[in-house]
Design a binder for this molecule. Structure first.
Ligand code: FAD
Ligand code: FES
Length: 283
């Protein structure tokens, strides 16, 4: 069986260790891969993805929400949206899973070193950006100012809110939260703005000529934020976007994830906005 372990098409065995519900449809799953997977997983770069398989259901691409822990476990923040994720959400600790990867290109950490980093997350987009944020804060001295702007539809849908507030209280980053809409009964019960994510960016003073911006969220948000960032003076080469496409092989064989001439699983999922110019279907 050992030779199979070298094939990117064959999943490593993994086990669901525990889960924590973050909102009505989104949970944080802690997964323990088999020991032989750990060396490969140790190469994980924030922004890359794994192919998580639920036996009898299928496989889904998920970007880990944290760096692999010292014991090799991985945190995956997954929203229940369809066939595979519904079944995943029904599993109990101890359930068997499969895992391939990490795959694709993550954030260009070497290029970002020494620069201010502005993270812009919309909704579930906080999941992949959380692993980047944790990396930046662990290696705080390597980077300039770190700012996270995070927007959710409503306060109860804001993920990792206490954790993010605690990280900001540590002094290593600035945190700006916003919700599209705050139900009346929750007024005064939250410490964030009411408005859209691009509104947070409007009044923000920053060193646009040096900053790397990392975006993760729904595509309509990208169209708006990329234009706003470019207007503010951030070069398209330094605007990084994590794109989502339906995937199968995850390793450049099936063309299922094509974006123009590029493959989301190999050339992305993290792209520079400059690389997507002239590909209208990208955003
Ligand atoms: C690189 C990458 C990283 C991702 N990271 C995360 C993550 O951290 N957390 C998370 O919850 N989800 C993440 N996703 C999305 C996740 O893979 C899909 O939600 C999942 O594949 C849905 O599978 P399903 O069988 O549950 O739903 P299905 O039954 O297959 O589909 C349910 C609905 O979701 C739509 N859909 C499914 N997959 C995609 C997709 N890839 N892009 C756009 N629409 C889709 C379908 O059109 C359908 O409307 C990521 C996707 C990619 C490509
Ligand atoms: S998922 Fe097969 S080529 Fe990208």
């Amino acid at each position: 069986m050992r030779e199979h372990r070298h094939s990117p098409h064959v999943p490593y065995a993994a086990q669901l260790i525990d889960r924590r519900d973050l909102s009505e449809d989104t949970s944080l799953f802690r997964i323990a891969p088999e020991a032989s997977a750990l060396a490969e997983l140790a190469s994980f770069v924030p922004g890359q993805f794994v192919q998580l398989s639920v036996p009898g259901a299928g496989e889904v691409p998920i970007s880990p929400a944290d760096l692999p822990a010292a014991d090799g476990t991985l945190e995956l923040c997954v929203r229940r949206v369809g066939h595979v994720t519904e079944l995943l959400h029904k599993l109990k600790p101890g359930a068997r899973l499969g895992l391939r990867g990490p795959f694709g290109c993550g954030f260009p950490l070497g290029d970002m070193a020494g620069r201010p980093v502005l993270l812009l997350a919309g909704g579930l987009g906080i999941a992949p950006l959380r692993s980047l944020l944790i990396h930046l804060l662990r290696q705080r001295d390597r980077y300039g100012d770190i700012t996270l702007m995070y927007g959710a539809k409503q306060p109860r849908l804001m993920l990792f809110r206490e954790e993010l507030a605690a990280l900001a209280a540590g002094g290593g980053m600035r945190l700006y939260l916003t919700v599209d809409f705050a139900p009346e009964q929750q007024e005064g019960d939250y410490s964030c703005a009411v408005g859209l994510l691009p509104d947070l960016l409007k009044g923000f003073r920053f060193d646009a000529a040096a900053t790397y911006a990392a975006l993760c969220g729904p595509p309509p948000l990208y169209r708006c934020l990329v234009a706003d960032l470019e207007r503010a003076g951030v070069a398209a080469e330094r605007i990084l976007l994590s794109l989502e496409r339906r995937m199968r092989c995850g390793v450049g064989r099936c063309c299922h994830c094509a974006i123009g001439q590029k493959l989301c699983c190999m050339d992305g999922p993290v792209f520079r906005a400059s690389d997507l110019k002239g590909i209208p279907e990208a955003l």
